[in-house]
Design a protein around this ligand. Structure first.
Ligand code: ATP
Ligand code: MG
Length: 351
């Protein structure tokens, strides 16, 4: 299958991986016949308990492990194809960083692996260090880094080759809520710029925030798959949000609902999510201490590419078919929509 804008960027069909013991006897069925596709610009989440086959699937996608059977295509080719590998960025579960290299040397090292010129390596390194907020630590050895700093440098390293496909194994693990928010916004911006993101995570709220579609693995098999919004929607129930009502008005509304539906409606005050509450509290504390505000999430310039949302909003007559996202790409989840509108209003374009 040649690469084509309407083809899925990642396509797995009846994919299996059996680990064998020393005598070649089957030991573990780590991945047991999974099939899924990911379209361009989509954020796809792999979930599942420990040992369910997420990392094994990811390693097969990267050509690091050979499937026992089934079919796997990344960008229309085998994941082991040299050209495919050069277009994929990978953040491993455990960042394999050389502890004695500084941030600059680490990014320079990975830039060399992709044959980038000295000038280009310099340019991308500057933009990436600014993007992950580690300019101040450019000469520090990465072995001294905190968990969150190591995760950030790992993310920069995964993006040094300006990949079309970004594979992130637990991207937000070890990050504080502010770092989590920045990484999630970064993932959404990358997807909006036409990159395809496949991520695994145990942090369900993060997955809900950024993924368009998810697959839940158990024992190497996909147990549920679909758009997050559809999977979580309780179709048989509706919720109405009202402004603060006087006790008399509330009694009248409840009476009306009781009469109409014959059952007692549930009444509760909507709650803010804990992440937003935490960010508000920290922001208030920061203002109190006059500390400098955290840098707003901004994508490294060379990663910008094209803006899929603006392209969709623009009349399509002047655009070629090839540049459009595939028609099969599902609409992003509602929360993703809200985050993207926020990004559209506040940056990175208008900053
Ligand atoms: N190299 C290997 N040799 C033998 N068995 C392996 C190997 N790698 C993984 N496995 C086994 O395959 C199964 C799936 O492991 P995998 O690492 O893919 O799980 P995971 O979903 O990523 O788990 P976690 O959430 O803990 O990261 C496990 O039973 C694991 O022990
Ligand atoms: Mg894993």
């Amino acid at each position: 299958m040649a690469e084509n804008a309407s083809n899925p960027v990642i396509a797995a069909a009846d994919l299996k991986k059996v680990f064998r013991d020393f005598w070649r006897r089957p030991k573990v069925r780590a991945v047991d016949g999974i099939s899924f596709e990911v379209s361009r610009g989509e954020v796809f989440g792999l979930l599942g308990p420990n040992g369910s086959g997420k990392s094994t699937t990811i390693k097969m996608l990267l050509g690091l492990l050979f499937p026992t059977s089934g079919r796997l295509r990344v960008l229309g080719e085998s994941p082991r194809h040299v050209k495919t590998r050069s277009r994929v960025g990978y953040l491993p579960e455990h960042s394999y960083i050389y502890p004695h290299l500084t941030s600059e040397e680490t990014l320079d090292f990975y830039g060399r692996l992709f044959d980038l010129s000295r000038r280009e390596r310099r340019r991308r390194m500057e933009q990436l260090l600014e993007m992950i907020g580690l300019q101040h630590a450019r000469h520090r050895m990465v072995g001294e880094f905190s968990k969150g700093m190591a995760r950030r440098i790992g993310l920069a390293q995964a993006l040094i080759n300006d990949p079309d496909v970004v594979v992130l194994d637990e991207p937000t693990s070890g990050l504080d809520p502010i770092g989590c928010r920045q990484v999630k916004d970064l993932i959404l911006t990358l997807a909006r710029r036409g990159k395809t993101v496949l991520m695994s995570s145990h942090l369900l709220a993060d997955v809900e925030d950024v993924c368009d579609r998810i697959a839940i693995l158990y024992n190497g098999k996909i147990q549920a798959m679909g758009p997050v919004r559809e999977l979580l929607e309780e179709k048989g129930r509706s919720r109405i949000t009202l402004p603060e009502l006087s006790p008399e008005a509330m009694a009248r509304v409840l009476e009306l609902l009781r009469k109409e539906f014959g059952e007692e409606p549930e009444l509760e005050h909507p709650r803010r999510d804990l992440e937003q509450f935490f960010l508000d509290v920290v922001e208030k504390a920061r203002r109190g201490t006059q500390a400098s505000p955290p840098k707003k999430e901004k994508l490294a310039g060379y990663l910008e590419g094209e803006d899929l949302l603006q392209k969709l909003a623009a009349p399509s007559t002047t655009e070629t078919k090839r540049e459009e996202p595939p028609p099969s790409a599902p609409p992003p989840a509602a929360r993703t929509d809200a985050r993207l509108s926020h990004l559209l209003q506040n940056g990175p374009d208008n900053e």
